[in-house]
Design a protein around this ligand. Structure first.
Ligand code: BDR
Ligand code: CA
Length: 313
């Protein structure tokens, strides 16, 4: 039986690659895609998710639009400086035809978690945690029904990418991240500490481009665009590939290793708002609420990604 997953996302080129990796993998049943405002506004993240579903030939997967602003009283912060004005700059993808479902994404999360047997759905979040936190606020009973929540978010040893202290997904909606991390859901966190180890080097992008299918070409075009900002910033051989780590973890957790720790979100810091404070060395008695991933087999990750992308149209 394939693992049922729901992908909550704000595409974003790296979100798009994560979606494609999931759609290419028959160990997974993607029961729906839910969008959230993050890299760009909600209308754009929803259009981008629809484009990716159509690119993969999977217009049958229901698409729901979720939250259009952070839960806390904060302005939405977006990242066009990384992802371009559309959020998915790079490839030239057609305007999508598929209809977005009428149900709000948060209501869908609640309904589907209640309708499926407890412990059968893994939730994969690739953007701000707005939708999951709103669903928990609305229906606290769903916490015990989620098998696992696998999150791209946060940073500790690598520190921040949107402020000196904070990672983008947590910074956009720290109140939401705080609610999620204080719930009893089993959480695995793929932070910048691990996503910065899977770099899109020219050789890796060339292998993806050489697949010769539409999805491989689109991924190469997306990542060639989005890596530019990070290559310049970090002076590295390629850009970090964040969100696909979530799907790779669900597919092949032995590519990764980490440990159980406490992670708390800073909500009041003058300079550290949205920082994930990771008690990696266990110097407090705060409860272990997160499986915090620290290392990855990057060659194994790209071998998996490239092989799976080759299965798509
Ligand atoms: C995260 O922020 C977004 O820009 C990416 O899509 C990823 O989810 C990395 O900090
Ligand atoms: Ca994202």
């Amino acid at each position: 039986m394939p693992q049922k997953i729901i992908i909550d996302t704000d595409p974003g080129q790296d979100d798009a690659v994560a979606l494609l990796l999931a759609l290419a993998s028959d160990e997974l049943e993607v029961i729906a895609v839910v969008t959230v405002a993050g890299n760009v506004d909600l209308a754009k993240t929803t259009t981008n998710a629809a484009k990716v579903l159509e690119l993969a030939g999977r217009a049958d997967i229901p698409l729901y639009a979720g939250g259009d602003r952070p839960l806390g009283q904060r302005e939405l912060v977006t990242a066009e400086h990384v992802h371009g004005p559309t959020g998915l700059d790079g490839p030239d993808l057609p305007e999508p035809q598929i209809a977005v479902q009428d149900t709000h994404g948060v209501d869908f999360l609640v309904e589907s978690l209640r309708a499926n047997d407890p412990g059968t759905i893994t939730l994969c979040t690739l953007g701000p945690l707005t939708n999951v936190a709103a669903a928990l606020n609305k229906a606290p009973d769903i916490a015990s029904r989620i098998k696992e929540l696998v999150v791209m978010g946060g940073a500790y040893f690598e520190v921040g990418n949107i402020t000196p202290a904070a990672e983008f997904n947590v910074f956009v909606d720290p109140e939401a991240a705080d609610i999620v991390l204080r719930s009893d859901i089993p959480v695995t966190l793929l932070s910048l500490d691990v996503t910065h180890r899977v770099l899109t080097t020219p050789e890796r992008l060339a292998r993806i481009r050489a697949l010769g299918n539409a999805c491989g070409s689109a991924v190469a075009a997306m990542l060639s665009f989005s890596e530019k900002f990070d290559v310049e910033k970090y002076g590295s051989a390629g850009g970090p590939l964040h969100d696909p780590c979530v799907i790779a973890y669900v597919l092949q957790s032995d590519l990764f290793s980490g440990r159980a720790v406490n992670v708390s979100v800073e909500l009041e810091g003058k300079y550290t708002n949205g920082m994930t404070v990771v008690d990696y060395w266990r110097v407090t008695d705060r409860p272990h609420n997160v499986h915090f991933v620290r290392s990855v087999d990057d060659e194994g990750f790209y071998a998996l990604l490239t092989e799976r992308l080759g299965r798509l149209p």
